[in-house]
Structures are given as C-alpha cells and as structure tokens.
Design a protein around this ligand. Structure first.
Ligand SMILES: *Cc1c(COP(=O)(O)O)cnc(C)c1O
Length: 297
C-alpha cells in the first residue's frame, strides 16, 4: 500500500537512505568508526524522520477513510511543513494548529505550509499546553469536523514503527546509534528495533529536556505495553535551548563542513553531532566502537 502511496504526483523517496562512513583526526585518535545515516537526503519536502513518522499515519488515515489531517506545532515547526507537504502529495486536506498568535506576514515555514494548501489556526500558549485534553480536541472537532489527529512532532505509536525501519536499513555492525530529540519519537522508535547490547543515544535540543525521558517511556509503552532500557538521553547539548545557537555550535558546524563537506542542519543535527564528538573526546566510547549517527534532516 505504501509502495503505491509513494508513487503519487511525482513524489519520490530515496530509501533506504544512504549510509556513509566518515573519518577525521578526532575519530582516528579515539579509534571510533562513525557512519552517518543520511535521512536528510530522503526527500526535500518531507525529509528524513518526518517521512518515517508520517508514513504509517498516512496509511492509517487513508484506511479509516479520513480526508483531513490535523496536527500541532510551533511557528517554525518542520513537522507542520512536512504534514502540509504530505497532504498535498497524498490528497488530504490539512489543518495546522499553531502555538501562539498569528503573525503577519507569515514566516517561511508557515507560508510554505499554506502554499501546500494547509489551513492554519492558532491556539494561545495556555490552551496549547493543554492540547492533548479532550476539551481542546472537542473544540477543534466542533470547529473543523472529522479529522485524523497527528500529535505534535508526529510522534505516536505508528511513528515509532516507521522510525524502527531506519534501523533495518543499516547493514553494517554497530554498537551505538544516535539521533537528536525534539519530542523523542524518533529515539523511541529506533530503540524498539535494536537488539542485544546495542544502545540508542538521544541528544535533547531543548533546555530542560528531562520530560523527554517520560515521553519516550510513554511512547514505547503505547506501542509495546512496556518500556525498553536500551536507550538514554543526553540533556546538556541544547546550546541555550530550542532554536538557539551560540558561537561554539557555529564554529563546530564550520569545522565539520571544512572536514567533511556536509552542512549540518543547526536546530537538531548539529547539536547531536557536537554532543557526540564531545562524548567521544571525553572517552565515553571504547576504542573500536562503531557508531551510527542519524542525520534526521
Ligand atoms: C523534527 C525533527 C527532529 C525531532 O525528532 P523527534 O522524533 O521529535 O524527537 C529531529 N531532527 C530533525 C531534523 C527534525 O526536523
């Protein structure tokens, strides 16, 4: 069914995404084998983990005969844009419930979403915090009628299944797999697909990312009925908080680009890579360790 979904209106996916080994002085010095899982190259409109998280939600929406997708996000949410693009490519109407007030003119993310036909509506910050409550859902159903609800960040049990497939694509041996964490859905899903002594490490891009641990536990429980213990989250590499950057991060991005000719996306991916190199330099991994870093976008 998904094979047929990926053929519509010229929508193309590069899957499995490429796996490339990179080498540099730091990795050599600590004896680390590092692979990048280039999920950023999957599709320009619905990159990497956004596609993986949406895939089974789109087929569920279609199976349920739903015509409308409704989801939540901040004004700069990659997920909002991805859902808008998915609606455009797969024939759903889309509604984006945006945190905070409307700003005129729309920023790039929201104007692209509108360009894909998404209808935007706004929730004040207090109500937005309450977005999972039955009261808010009823409000939205009264206003918009029937819809398939995709939670913020696209993270639900079906999203975990999609993210688990990323692991199956990796055909080299590895000990650790790393990804950035916004809502934790990607990490939660990856961890369901690794076995034995392998471990998944998430890197929070949010300040005060402690709640992510509970969220990952909850997501895994919703899929499996219990949590797994093969993952952890690094909380200290947010560089000031979500969508904040500092000189240290910027010089890391420049250095990485000089060495590897890869421009790291700064909101998520660069913070993970910065954190990973930091852990390597602190001796967290034994010499010979094989690590996969997921370039989520
Ligand atoms: C949305 C996003 C994430 C966050 O993934 P979660 O599953 O919400 O933790 C990570 N990386 C990129 C590039 C993203 O756009």
């Amino acid at each position: 069914m998904l094979a047929s979904m990926t053929g519509v209106s010229g929508f193309r996916l590069r899957l499995p995404s490429p796996l490339v080994r990179i080498q540099d002085e730091t990795l050599d010095r600590y004896g680390i084998v590092l692979y990048l899982k280039r999920d950023d190259l999957t599709n320009p409109d619905i990159p990497g983990n956004k596609w993986r998280k949406l895939k089974y939600n789109l087929s569920a929406a279609r199976d349920e005969g739903m015509k409308v997708l409704l989801t939540f996000g901040g004004a700069y949410s990659n997920h909002i844009r991805a859902v808008a693009a998915a609606g455009h490519h797969f024939g759903f109407q889309t509604i984006g419930v945006i945190r905070g007030e409307e700003h005129d003119p729309l920023n790039d993310v929201l104007s692209q979403a509108v360009g894909y036909g998404m209808k935007l509506t706004y929730l004040d910050r207090l109500s937005y915090r309450d977005k999972k409550s039955p009261a808010i859902e009823k409000l939205l159903r009264d206003q918009f009628g029937d819809f398939y609800l995709i939670p913020e960040g696209g993270s639900n049990a079906l999203a975990l299944r999609g993210c688990a497939e990323l692991v199956d694509e990796i055909k080299v041996p590895f000990d650790f797999i790393c990804c950035p964490c916004g809502t934790g859905g990607t990490l939660a899903g990856i961890a369901t697909a690794i076995s034995g002594p392998r471990r998944a490490i998430g890197f929070s891009v949010l300040k005060g990312g402690n709640f992510l641990i509970d969220d990952v536990v909850q997501l895994q429980t919703s899929l499996l009925g219990h949590r797994l213990h093969n993952w952890s989250i690094e909380l200290d590499f947010h560089m000031g908080g979500f969508a904040r950057r500092n000189a240290e991060l910027d010089s890391f991005i420049t250095l990485f680009n000089d060495r590897h000719n890869i421009q790291l996306e700064w909101v998520y991916v660069a913070k993970m890579m910065y954190g990973l190199y930091n852990l390597i330099e602190r001796g967290r991994f034994v010499s010979g360790a094989e690590i996969v870093a997921v370039i989520t976008g």
